[in-house]
Write a protein that binds this ligand. Structure first.
Ligand SMILES: [Zn+2]
Length: 119
């Protein structure tokens, strides 16, 4: 299997929402709906169900951005309470919407990598 991707390449393909095997076809048919197979190389994604992993990873990433933002805003007192609340809510929603599909792609890539026999 000399043309097999490395683990790093596989994970980057997943974060880019691309097939962990070839990196050309998309993993998702819509925002978070996984395809059954890669439209480019035909690699099957059946059984690669990420379950709660992407949600936990997204929460961990979003919390490490939003909590320091909240502390920063509270210490500076530039904005009023409601403006701070609005900034934090908008930032949280934006980060989650951005990170969640990439997190799921990352997770599916890990599952794909572990499903393949290694020498
Ligand atoms: Zn593919």
């Amino acid at each position: 299997m000399s043309d097999a991707p490395t683990l790093t390449k596989t994970l980057l393909n997943g974060v880019r929402l691309n097939c962990p095997s070839c990196g050309a076809g998309g993993i998702f048919a819509s925002y978070l709906k996984r395809r059954d197979a890669c439209p480019h190389c035909g690699e099957s994604f059946v059984g690669l169900d990420a379950d709660d992993g992407p949600a936990w990873l997204t929460i961990g990433i979003a919390a490490h951005i939003v909590v320091p933002l909240l502390i920063f805003l509270e210490r500076r007192e530039w904005l009023g309470y409601y403006a701070e609340f609005l900034v934090v809510v908008v930032a949280t929603v934006a980060i989650v919407l951005l990170v969640l599909p990439r997190s799921k792609g990352f997770w599916i890539s890990i599952l794909w990598w572990n499903s393949k026999p290694r020498d």
